[in-house]
Design a protein around this ligand. Sequence first.
Ligand code: WTA
Length: 658
Amino acid sequence: MSAPEPAPSALSMSPIPLIEGAAIDGMAAYRALVDEARRDPEAFWARLAREHLDWKQPFTRTLDSSHAPFFKWFDDGLLNASYNCLDRHLENGGASRTAIVFEADGGELTTLTYGELHARVCRVANALRARGVRRGDRVMIYLPMSIEGVVAMQACARIGAPHSVVFGGFSAKSLHERMADVGACVLITADEQVRGGRHLPLKTIADEALAMGCGDTVHTVIVYRRTGGAIPWHAGRDVWLHELEATQSATCEPEWVDAEHPLFILYTSGSTGTPKGVQHSTGGYLLWAALTMKWTFDIRASDVFWCTADIGWITGHSYICYGPTAAGATQMIFEGVPTWPNAGRFWQMIERHKVSIFYTAPTAIRSLMKAAQADPDVHPARYDLGSLRLLGTVGEPINPEAWRWFAAQVGGGRCPVLDTFWQTETGGHMIAPLPGVTPLVPGSCTLPLPGIEAAIVDETGRDVPDGHGGLLVIKRPWPSMLRTVWGNPARYRAGYFPEELGGKLYLAGDGAIRDSESGYFTITGRVDDVLNVSGHRMGTAEIESALAAHPQVAEAAVVGRPDATTGEAIVAFVVLKGPCPLDGDAQRVADELRTWIGREIGPIAKPREIRFGEAMPKTRSGKIVRRLLRSVAKGEAIEQDTSTVENPAVIAQFSKAA
Ligand code: WTA
């Protein structure tokens, strides 16, 4: 079987030309790789792992499936991730190459060469060792977008201490839960975070999290001084990052770990229960981070790469911390927000730094498109964006309108737009156009990368014909897949390799449809109770249990409603213990619940709308009728059959937002 040949079809092709001389140059080269991977997957991956990573001790085993779905890749090989991202670039003048250009919220710049980045990573790695951190110990990172964030992650990798980064927008309680679950011994944070001119007290939040009961395991809190603002201080436990660095040597022997050694644990939301710690390996993960920089982004020495994600998400792990450095690239890191001081900030930065590859989220594009339409001063046409050669999007479906605007107004009609589909669990891109290969179709993530056996199946695991929607699955293991859910292998097996599908297919949790002529995939959105708001992944169950924890709440149900800018908006249906609140009172309680969610989870989980009723619409067996709530949230007239609903009258109550 060979790769499908894209042809004009029901999907409408974009006229943007392909990049010449790309890492995978032309459809024939792509098909050759796809065929190589199908003929002998192990030989394919072994070849790539030898070519793209530096091994201290070469591996002799490529894939161990004896405990499937707990796969091992390259497991008798020894390597170090930080060595692969830093040391191997230092020879032949590489040390003076720019690794990072950091632009602070206020516009101040800091530039770091690979030599300087290496030295800082070594100093922090030595400092961690000096504080007793050993291979396998977990280090929590709660930092703003900063050079220090990358340094901290790489320092952990250097000594074989898996890191767990928590996004700075999560609350003390969320940080506490993750810190306790992962059993961290050190926390690295900052005094304050600065975004959009506002200061956020990270250290104070971190202290609150520690006071909730991780004090027994966390013996050291390392603090990066970002603003110098006043913060609480616990002598003995708390230490300044700059003071630690000043006392340490700028060289540090890496800890050589086996390829399966966990590089990091990153928490993400599932359809049920608490967030799960997605565990990634060192070898397989790093291979794909490095390789997709070449294959998808066609990264070159002359490029300035800019991924606008936060290091608290997987995109920041793979395409800020590890991918660009593994590829020896020059990248931008930005502290602030796209709309401050105005919505022209991204375009101004692309112009200022001559960014050539720009990777961002559909939500950002949609909101900047709206802003540009309202105010010509922040329109991309006002800026010189001639340095751009590739654009990419990630995190949520991109609607064709936003795609076309991005391509025309930002990319000037010259830059391929790479709609990259992937997940925290997949480690790197799974289905994405390749800039030298794939004719583009707005709204489609096009074809799977070579070696990725994506397919669409029905609820029993059988392939569905092209043109029919179904569940997106991956049929073969691939090196950068998650290895397990930290501390919960049963949840890994049941969640990602469900028995209903036969236990052998990796279930992504998204719906997809494949075009019968081109073979292109289009992602239709999550098929479980996971919401995607502005590209942030959240479980309805998490928000529901946070609401239910409020003393006044008897019951809560949360659904997503399509939103033109943020993709989805959170709508919460709430039954209070007391009487159903009216008008002004309802507004007051809704505000209080929003603040509550901000503290329980973080501001990103605050519901857009909260609606009150006297009871939940339920079936006779007591199940909340979510499909009705989804319709109500959308403001649709209820035409569905409500005969199975025990109390249809409550639907009318819920039809009004507080
Ligand atoms: C969604 C982010 C459509 C999808 C890298 C997936 C997308 C979830 C795309 C993973 C895309 C990501 N088109 N949907 N190009 N990229 N998604 O773990 O629902 O934060 O399952 O990883 O985002 O989100 P996560």
